[in-house]
Write a protein that binds this ligand. Structure first.
Ligand SMILES: C[S@@+](CC[C@H](N)C(=O)[O-])C[C@H]1O[C@@H](n2cnc3c(N)ncnc32)[C@H](O)[C@@H]1O
Ligand code: SF4
Ligand code: SF4
Length: 323
């Protein structure tokens, strides 16, 4: 495994339907240079990742997304669609599953209309309230709410878990990084904020059950606490164990480091960037996947999921314990 990345995130467009307060994307961008669906084969053959994230911008803005996924699935990577779901319908969900999406990661920042305000997208929460439960009712147990913890939504960490329960889906937490926008306001730094984070995550821990609806392992949530407490997480392997492919086909170490390399120059990226990288400014999910040895990664993110599917049990029933 040493020579290739474990996780590749394809940012299939830079355009977005939202203008989130915590993000540097937002609104329309020039999509004329986007990779074409067939181009993704070349990247998959060269990089051969175990896990693929399809992200953006907002990936559902691409009309040819099903074709993109079909080309990515020429190998057998575990494939996660990271999306705000503003454009999701039950029909699209079914088509994307058929094309090969294994997990749908749906961003949720608040369990009510504050989500619309934070994402600057009126009506988004109401849309999610309709479409998420309808897709979940199909019984595939492949939908995970993805909540990025910020100073704004800290008090709703468990309320978002309640929301996941109500919609019969799973929940996964990630941590705000100021690296995208430079805005420090959404970090958690005061003793009160850190105490609240610990209380919220203690409660999340107490709510785990054998269905594994809380997708983060305990080790990942503990690392998230330390990230906020210490103001960073060192030891990042961006460019080596994971990397980003931009919408126009460049390799980047991560979505928040803008050094660009051609596909053929991955080794140069590792030499120049990864070996010298001292950045510790995020603990987003792509890092939490690979900050683990490979058997743990497989257990937590891949094999557990497949073994659940293989047993054909009811949604939320029978995923093996994580962490
Ligand atoms: C960049 S978005 C791309 C996919 C899609 N547009 C969405 O929002 O899910 C992927 C994830 O990054 C998260 N994100 C955005 N800005 C962030 C930041 N500054 N720190 C940590 N996560 C962030 C979002 O909440 C989202 O869950
Ligand atoms: S977090 Fe996602 S939805 Fe929000 S602006 Fe960034 S890319 Fe768009
Ligand atoms: S810690 Fe790593 S993944 Fe996060 S912003 Fe820095 S280089 Fe990128």
């Amino acid at each position: 495994m040493a020579g290739r990345p474990i996780v590749v995130s394809f940012e299939v467009t830079d355009s977005c339907t939202c203008y989130c307060k915590h993000c540097d994307h937002g609104g329309p961008r020039d999509d004329s240079q986007n990779l074409k669906p067939a181009d993704y084969r070349r990247y998959m053959e060269a990089l051969r990742p175990c896990v693929v994230q399809v992200s953006g911008g907002e990936p559902l803005m691409r009309d040819d997304l099903v074709e993109v996924i079909t080309n990515i699935k020429t190998g057998l990577p575990y494939t996660i669609l990271v999306s705000n779901w503003s454009l999701m319908t039950v029909e699209k969900y079914v088509a994307l599953r058929k094309a090969g999406i294994d997990q749908f990661s749906v961003s949720l920042d608040f369990p009510d209309e504050r989500h619309d305000v934070f994402r600057r997208h009126p009506g988004l929460y109401e849309h999610l309230s309709r479409v998420v439960p309808r897709c979940a009712a199909l019984g595939h147990d492949d939908i995970v709410l993805n909540s990025c913890i910020t100073s704004e939504n800290l008090e709703t960490v468990n309320a978002m878990a309640d929301q996941a329960r109500q919609w019969r889906v799973n929940i996964c937490y990630s941590a705000y990084s100021a690296r995208r926008t430079g805005c420090q306001d959404y970090l958690l730094r005061s003793p009160d904020q850190l105490a609240r984070l610990n209380a919220e995550l203690d409660r999340v821990e107490s709510r785990r059950d054998p269905t594994n609806w809380v997708v983060n392992s305990k080790t990942t949530l503990d690392a998230t606490r330390r990230y906020f407490e210490n103001g960073g997480t060192p030891g990042c392997t961006a460019g080596w164990r994971f990397l980003v492919v931009t919408s126009d086909g460049w390799l980047q170490p991560c979505s928040m480091q803008f050094r660009r390399y051609r596909l053929e120059e991955r080794e140069r990226m590792v030499e120049e960037f990864s070996r010298n990288n001292t950045c510790d400014e995020c603990y987003v999910s792509i890092r939490s996947y690979v900050d683990k040895n490979f058997p743990t990664l497989l257990w937590e993110n891949v094999s557990g999921y497949f073994s659940f599917q293989g047993r054909g049990e009811r949604p939320g029933q029978g995923k093996p314990s994580q962490g």
